[in-house]
Structures are given as structure tokens and as C-alpha cells.
Unconditional design. Structure first.
Length: 312
């Protein structure tokens, strides 16, 4: 028997893009998922959104799932208590804001003080919420990635008080979902991937803020250089620019670098409500952004008689 076999019911708090995907991969492992979101109707709407998202992935054979059976194991509920109280593991996936997470995690701890508790935060170490839970030995960061059928990995990091048993059990849980589990040694803001990704994202935004290039210029060069078909700005649009802005603000709040400032280009879009793919407009226009057109990036703007990168 694996250490995580006793986890048969998982509460997922937050039914946004990543929360819904966490619910799906957990349900695919044969577990029941109790999905809650504070926004009325959001947990129920997540089921239809998952069906729309995953049907083509299953149809092409990337996921060998019976999708309707998987979705039937996700149970949207109307209250936090319904999601948390019966669970052996609770995964928090709410907004990337420390005050919000502290309030939600404190309430989870009161409702079920003996459950394993994981925050899916992509930039906030769980040590920042350890003081609001009854037993921090049960608390970890368990950072999943969107489009889990492509990014088949999860990062696991303790809070400074996490027990070895908790870390071992949740590493086993991650593997039971078919994921590669990267255990972070000590505490690293941004963990592994997002710490490196933050450096790329910050400099890409600076290049645009300073007027050296347009977002698509940066993405085209990135795609050419690495031999791939996307770049940093397309990735930010997929994450959601409000999420990107929250994460950037959390880094800037603890930065020792005086040049580390909020991006004007990013915040203009957020303030206008243009949050990327989910709203139809971000650094690109959707549903048919340039980087998804046939031949991109090699269908160059130069070939179309326009400017070269950096020219105005």
C-alpha cells in the first residue's frame, strides 16, 4: 500500500483555471473531489469548462480517460465546510494574494484541523500562512501547473515545520496522479520553475516597458531561439494577466533591487480588464492570437512588408 492510499476524498478550494484542473487530475486517480468556490455557481460552472477543455485532449489520446467518469467524481458543493470537513487532504487554490490565502487557510484549519493542507500558491511560501493553522506539520506548498497533460509535474515544498511524514505522503500523492514530483530543499520564493520563469518574465516586461520591442517581437525571437512556438507574453496571457500582476507584486514587495518595479504595460492591460485569453484580449487578441497562426514564428512580419523587431 502506498502512503497516500488513505487519501480517498480531497477538498479543492477555488474553482478557477488551475483549481478546476487540480480537481480533474485528482478525480482521474479514482478519488472523490469536493470542489468549492466562493463565487456563486463557479464550482458548478467549472465542470462544463473542464468538459470543453479536456474533450479534445481525451479525443486525441493524450489522456486515456473516460472523461464523464472522471467528471462524475468531482462534486461541486455550496460551502467551504462541505468541501473541507470530509477530506483527508485539502488543496487551496484561491487568488494569489497573501491576505486572501491567510483568511481561507485559517478557516480550513478550523473546519478540519487534522487534514493534510496544501496551498497551490505559485509564489507565496507556505511559511507565510503557517501561523494561522492548528498544526503546521501538516502544511505544504503543492504547486501544480496548468495544462497538466503537458506539464506533468508538481513542486512540493515544506513550510519550515512540515513533518517528514507529510512530505513523504504528499510526494506519493503527486506520483499517484502520474506527475513528476520535484521536492524543493528549504524555502525558495517561486520554488524552482517560477523562480526561473520570474526572471524571464520580468526582463521581457522591461524590454517592452523601456520601448525596445513590442510583445510579439520578444515572443518571436524567443520562439526562434528555442525552437518552440510560443513566448513569454503568450504564456502570460494563458496564465491570466491579473494573476501575473499579483505574482509580480508579491516578488516586488520583498525585492532588494530598487529597479524592480511594476510593469506599466502589464498594469495598463489589467486596469482595462484585458486579462489575456480568458477575456479575449491581453498582449494578444483571442481566440486566434498571432502565435497560434500557421507558420508562426517563421511567418515573419518582415516577409509581410512590415517592420523588423524593435523598429517603430
Amino acid at each position: 500500500m502506498h502512503q497516500a492510499d488513505y487519501i480517498h476524498t480531497v477538498g479543492v478550494v477555488g474553482a478557477g483555471t488551475l483549481g478546476a484542473q487540480i480537481a480533474a487530475m485528482t478525480a482521474a486517480s479514482g478519488r472523490d473531489v469536493l470542489l468549492f468556490d466562493a463565487a456563486p455557481g463557479a464550482a458548478f460552472a467549472a465542470i462544463d469548462r473542464l468538459r470543453w477543455l479536456l474533450e479534445p485532449v481525451v479525443a486525441e489520446g493524450t489522456l486515456a480517460w473516460n472523461l464523464e467518469e472522471v467528471l462524475a467524481r468531482i462534486h461541486p458543493v455550496n460551502s467551504l465546510a462541505e468541501s473541507v470537513t470530509p477530506a483527508q487532504l485539502v488543496i487551496e487554490a484561491v487568488r494569489e494574494d497573501l491576505a486572501t490565502k491567510r483568511a481561507v487557510i485559517a478557516e480550513i484549519g478550523l473546519l478540519n484541523p487534522t487534514a493534510l493542507l496544501a496551498t497551490n500558491s505559485s509564489s507565496l511560501p507556505s511559511s507565510g500562512v503557517a501561523d494561522v493553522v492548528p498544526d503546521p506539520s501538516l502544511l505544504v506548498n503543492l504547486h501544480f501547473f496548468s495544462e497538466f497533460w503537458i506539464r506533468t509535474c508538481v513542486e512540493l515544498m515544506g513550510c519550515g515545520f512540515t513533518s517528514d511524514a507529510t512530505l513523504s505522503t504528499l510526494a506519493d500523492f503527486g506520483r499517484s496522479l502520474g506527475l513528476y514530483v520535484a521536492v524543493v530543499r528549504g524555502e525558495s520564493k517561486g520554488f524552482i520553475i517560477n523562480r526561473v520563469w520570474r526572471a524571464v518574465k520580468r526582463e521581457a516586461l522591461r524590454v517592452v516597458d523601456e520601448g525596445h520591442a513590442e510583445p510579439e517581437d520578444v515572443d518571436r525571437l524567443w520562439a526562434y531561439f528555442w525552437g518552440i512556438n510560443y513566448g513569454p507574453f503568450g504564456m502570460m496571457d494563458q496564465v491570466g494577466l491579473n494573476v501575473v500582476a499579483d505574482i509580480e507584486d508579491s516578488y516586488i514587495a520583498v525585492s532588494q533591487d530598487p529597479t524592480d518595479q511594476p510593469s506599466a504595460a502589464l498594469h495598463r492591460l489589467v486596469e482595462a480588464g484585458n486579462l489575456g485569453e480568458k477575456t479575449g484580449q491581453g498582449f494578444y487578441s483571442y481566440p486566434e492570437p498571432a502565435f497560434r497562426q500557421p507558420g508562426w514564428p517563421r511567418t515573419s512580419v518582415q516577409a509581410e512588408g512590415e517592420r523588423t523587431p524593435g523598429e517603430t
